[in-house]
Design a protein around this ligand. Structure first.
Ligand SMILES: Nc1ncnc2c1ncn2[C@@H]1O[C@H](COP(=O)(O)OP(=O)(O)O)[C@@H](O)[C@H]1O
Ligand SMILES: [Mg+2]
Length: 283
């Protein structure tokens, strides 16, 4: 195990860490409470570099997310926000740097599937629900996708799984639409369904890229309430341009610029930062 420095600003762990998780990579037992979060940090990125044909998309990026924290990432187009999520989920390998999930899971050594199974869920910008399937079936499928082969082979849902789907349907306010084909949902409802498809997998860390883009004001407000209710139980990393939304949900805001952290703090703090103002006005 490589030593990882303890970041200064840490929330108390939301639940008791169990076991070390040290030998658990690749074993399905990694998921859930097996994650080692002894020091209250769920995600550690240090000196991450990613270049595409010589262009530096991420440059010595450092980021620490506390257990149960709701962090917003802002920054101009091209700042590296999506690339950062690609590194966390194993889609893009950094040229160098450290990326840990909890204390012991080295994300740079894990496949995308292993990372998802370990408890990192990601929602992309565009909804990718199965339009011909019902809302319930979409959730059922998502619940199976991330489970072991054994679980997928058992055709029938256990009572516990069904209860979890019902609970998630309620959380995303789609209990009344459970039998509706997903293709008939509004854009916002499809986004909520997709968040539900993550929630049925019980991820500990949720990555959400521009979740309120294209939403109505009412849908945006509901999304803010939803995310606030998910924080503490989960850790959330949210990339978003809508500053009203960011201000209403974020514990801490990180400003990315040219692949590095430009500023960090409350939204008011970073908005008052002269370098941040220049970056935003300069475009
Ligand atoms: N696969 C890729 N190949 C080449 N360049 C890329 C690739 N992905 C991202 N980039 C470049 O890296 C920079 C950061 O992109 P991105 O992470 O998408 O920024 P953001 O999400 O903050 O808008 C951009 O200049 C983008 O053009
Ligand atoms: Mg992006």
């Amino acid at each position: 195990m490589r030593a990882v420095p303890i970041p200064e600003l840490m929330l108390e762990p939301a639940f008791d860490p169990v076991g070390s998780g040290r030998d658990a990579i690749g074993a399905s037992a990694v998921a859930g409470p097996g994650l080692n979060i002894r020091h209250g940090t769920i995600l550690t990125l240090e000196d991450i570099n990613v270049s595409f044909d010589g262009f530096k998309a991420l440059s010595n990026l450092c980021l620490y997310i506390g257990v149960g924290e709701l962090r917003c990432i802002i920054g101009p187009n091209g700042a590296g926000k999506t690339t950062m999520m690609d590194v966390i989920t194993g889609k893009t390998r950094p040229d160098n740097g450290v990326a840990y999930f909890g204390e012991t899971l080295d994300l740079t050594q894990m496949s995308e599937v292993e990372i998802a199974q370990a408890g990192i869920g990601r929602k992309f910008q565009k909804p990718t629900v199965f339009e011909a399937l019902s809302v319930f079936e979409n959730l059922e499928l998502a619940q199976k996708t991330n489970k072991s082969v054994w679980a997928s082979l058992r055709a029938k849902l256990t009572g516990e799984q069904k209860d979890r789907i019902d609970e998630v349907l309620h959380t995303i306010k789609l209990d009344g639409a459970r039998h509706r084909p997903a293709g008939l949902l509004s854009h916002g409802q499809k986004q909520f369904l997709e968040i539900g498809m993550l929630l049925v997998q019980d991820p500990q860390l949720l990555l959400l890229d521009e979740p309120v883009a294209g939403m109505t004001d009412a849908e945006t407000e509901f999304t803010a309430e939803l995310f606030k209710s998910l924080a503490r139980k989960h850790s959330l990393l949210v990339v978003e341009h809508d500053m009203g939304f960011v201000g209403s949900i974020a514990d801490q805001v990180t400003v990315l610029h040219q692949g590095s952290v430009l500023a960090e703090g409350s939204l008011a703090q970073v908005q008052a930062d002269q370098r941040v103002i220049e970056v935003y006005l300069g475009r």
